[in-house]
Design a binder for this molecule. Sequence first.
Ligand code: ZN
Length: 70
Amino acid sequence: MRHNRSQRGSTRSHHALKGIALTKCADCNSVVMRHQACSNCGKYRGKVIVNLEAKQLKAKKKSDKKSEAK
Ligand SMILES: [Zn+2]
């Protein structure tokens, strides 16, 4: 059923986007998105989720391989 202008407007008054929820990492105090592991230390709620050292090593190996190929 067709709405009038005020009904349409009052519906759309709830359609605005909210900003992303940012918090600080408990471990290293950097700004982190909520419910995501910290990109600085790889921890979520005090636990190591992402092993950043291993990740860096892997990235390095990959780049080494690339430079060898050239
Ligand atoms: Zn952190």
